[in-house]
Design a protein around this ligand. Structure first.
Ligand code: FUB
Length: 344
């Protein structure tokens, strides 16, 4: 393995403000982030980004997140030993992709495992690809082209009780969502949000997947998040509006659209009664972690609900992150209890 993959004790930072980390990294042999957790056949599989140090300085577009492959983590039980799978898919094996293998997700249908991933093409534009495999840990074989009509980053695939699957996706700034605001890619749009603070915020997108799980069955729709006034959250509402890291969690009949607020570093949730929304903003459920990004998934396992997330405890560097898990508590009224990633 390249030397930079091995975190060292010397690089371990001191926890913030004299507080200690709530939970410890799932693995320390490689750097991992953006954990999408699934239970397949009773076992827990985590599909993370595989962070590397490409020697690129930090910038607001996330150029330092120059990842090139995926490896799947698996465990029989939460808290038990974690196995790091071999390379499940690398950028060289994706005909259309050039670089930046960011946050992936996975799904299972009719005996096939699907790996969904964003990457930049040779023109520097993010699209979302799909690859298939016979086992949850891969290897996966990528389709020759990205999913038609896909753009931006952070795919999260949710399969509802009726068997229909939906992809939620999108991320602003380096994730380029703002460049698609007019329905096509516009390179002249800036590398921030639209700077339209009093207008409805940019939204994540959602589209039902076709039965073969390899294309959109419909034109992607906006994932609208409403404030208490019944109106869409505004672009200037940085503490609450969507930035990136979509995840759909269903509990009973309630659909929880969860996401990162990005530049304000919260994980937030909004609820609705169907997969498309609109969703009513409810609040934050993870306070800022150490490091710029966090990105998560929520999964039920063993009669409990679990939050997988990431920080940069092992490296102290924004682009060399580590995946963690902690229990998430949902109250009887459906509200989610706040998680503080630090304890006194
Ligand atoms: O890992 C690269 C990017 O950082 C992800 O796609 C975002 O969600 C953020 O975690």
């Amino acid at each position: 393995k390249p030397a930079q993959e091995k975190p060292t004790a010397a690089s371990e930072p001191v926890a913030l403000n004299g507080k200690h980390f709530l939970s410890q990294p799932l693995v320390s042999e490689i750097y991992t982030a953006d954990p999408s957790a699934h239970v397949f056949g009773g076992k827990i599989y985590v599909y993370p980004s595989h962070d590397i140090d490409a020697g690129i300085p930090d910038d607001d577009l996330g150029s330092q997140y120059a990842m090139r492959d995926y490896r799947v983590l698996s465990m029989d039980r939460i808290g038990g030993p974690v196995t790091i799978g071999g390379v499940a898919l690398s950028v060289e094996q994706v005909p259309w992709a050039k670089e930046f293998m960011w946050a992936p997700d996975a799904a299972f249908k009719n005996g096939t495992y699907y790996l969904y991933f964003p990457a930049k093409d040779k023109d520097g534009v993010f699209h979302i690809g799909v690859a298939t495999g016979a086992t949850p840990t891969g290897p996966f074989k990528a389709e020759a082209k990205p999913i038609p009509g896909s753009f931006s980053i952070d795919p999260a695939v949710f399969t509802d009780a009726d068997g229909a699957s939906y992809m939620y996706y999108g991320g602003i700034w380096g994730g380029q969502l703002q460049k698609w605001a007019k329905g096509h890619y516009d390179a002249s749009v800036g590398d921030t949000d639209l700077k339209q603070d009093a207008l409805p915020a940019l939204t994540a997108k959602v589209a039902k997947l076709s039965p073969d799980m390899k294309s959109f069955a419909e034109k992607p729709r906006d994932v609208v998040i409403l404030g208490e006034d019944g109106k869409p959250l505004l672009g200037g509402d940085h503490d609450r509006r969507f930035f990136e890291a979509s995840w759909m969690y269903k509990r009973g009949g309630t659909y929880y659209f969860t996401y990162s607020t990005g530049d304000t570093h919260f994980l937030a949730y909004a609820t609705g009664d169907n997969p498309y929304g609109p969703f009513k903003y409810q609040g934050h459920f993870l306070l800022p972690v150490q490091g710029w990004t966090t990105h998560h998934s929520i999964v039920d396992w063993g009669g409990k609900t679990w939050l997988f997330y990431a920080d940069n405890q092992l490296s102290g560097k924004n682009h060399l992150r580590n995946v963690k898990v902690t229990e998430l508590h949902v109250n009887a009224d459906g509200s989610i209890q706040m998680v503080d990633p630090f304890v006194p």
